[in-house]
Design a protein around this ligand. Structure first.
Ligand code: BJW
Length: 243
């Protein structure tokens, strides 16, 4: 038995007896679907795009057409991508634990397409736009327009996502926080854990005595129960945890 086998076996024991499992996912869970992460050194979006220009209200105010173009490209890419075994494993897990709260920072919609119910989207969705004037939310808009307009009032639409310095959707954040407080097992998957407030959720769960798993490709500090760390691909590890 390798070290990885041993950690998987030990954590799976907690998962099997859990009453409430909370899961936080980030860009890494969609990497195996061909969607780039943000901070990975060679392939991450921030290795060739400037976060300040593309994911801040000030950047959008300076150049809305550039920002819309970037989100339009990402939307097309997300629509063409398929959920991978990690997304499917979480959809399957929901059928086996009494309560599963799935919280994602991703905006690609792949958890929903894999069949996960009630996904909490902390950072919004690529598949929605919001009116800058009346706040109305739109699931379709004129994709050919460089600067799409609100069908109700004609004001400019913006991607319905959360940029730096903006508040997260209040209900989504409250439900996520409560899940971190209440759960007995918390899994953080494919996130670098640097963006607040999502990054605090595993710490909150750990502080309340939950068993916590951090799964990503980063070299992580040695951990011992109740904190488990796995340095591996979500699409390979999660199906083994859930089977
Ligand atoms: C694999 C893998 C494989 C690869 N298998 N793993 C407290 C302290 C300091 C700062 C703040 C604070 N509170 C708030 C802030 C400011 C700010 C913040 O956190 N800044 C930090 C960067 C310092 N936060 C905010 O502004 C938030 N708003 C807020 O808190 O409002 C109140 C407030 C405002 C101002 C001051 C104080 C309070 C809003 C944050 C919005 C983040 N928005 C983005 C864009 C969303 C839309 C879009 O997608 O375009 O969200 S930025 C980007 O980062 C995106 C992601 O969701 C988010 C997290 O990235 P993620 O998912 O972790 O990706 P990566 O690339 O970082 O990591 C990938 C991981 O996967 C790596 O670990 C790999 O190893 C791994 N991996 N392949 C498994 N196959």
């Amino acid at each position: 038995m390798t070290d990885l086998d041993a950690v998987i076996a030990a954590f799976a024991t907690h998962l099997r007896t859990a009453r409430h499992v909370a899961v936080l996912t980030g860009a890494g869970i969609s990497a195996e679907s061909g969607i780039p992460t943000f901070r990975d050194a060679q392939t991450g979006l921030w290795s060739h795009f400037d976060p300040e220009e593309l994911t801040s209200p000030a950047g959008f105010a300076r150049n809305p057409a550039l920002v819309w173009r970037w989100y339009a490209e990402r939307r097309v890419k997300a629509c063409a991508a398929q959920p991978n075994p990690a997304h499917y494993a979480l959809a399957e897990l929901a059928k086996h634990v009494p309560t599963l709260t799935l919280i994602t920072q991703n905006i690609d919609g792949l958890h929903q397409r894999a069949g996960s119910p009630n996904v909490i989207e902390l950072h919004g969705s690529l598949h929605r736009a919001r009116c800058m004037a009346d706040g109305s939310v739109h699931h379709t808009w004129d994709y050919d327009e460089e600067l799409p307009r609100c069908p109700n009032c004609g004001a400019m639409l913006r991607p319905d996502v959360v940029w730096f310095g903006e508040m997260l959707p209040q209900r989504a954040l409250e439900t996520s926080w409560q899940a971190a407080l209440d759960c007995d097992v918390f899994m953080s998957i494919g996130t670098s854990g640097v963006v607040e407030p999502a990054a605090s959720l595993p710490r909150v769960a750990l502080g309340r005595g939950a068993t916590v798993l951090l799964l990503n490709l980063e070299q992580t500090v040695a951990a011992r129960p109740p904190l488990f760390t796995i340095n591996g691909k979500a699409g390979e590890v999660l199906p083994r945890l859930v089977k």
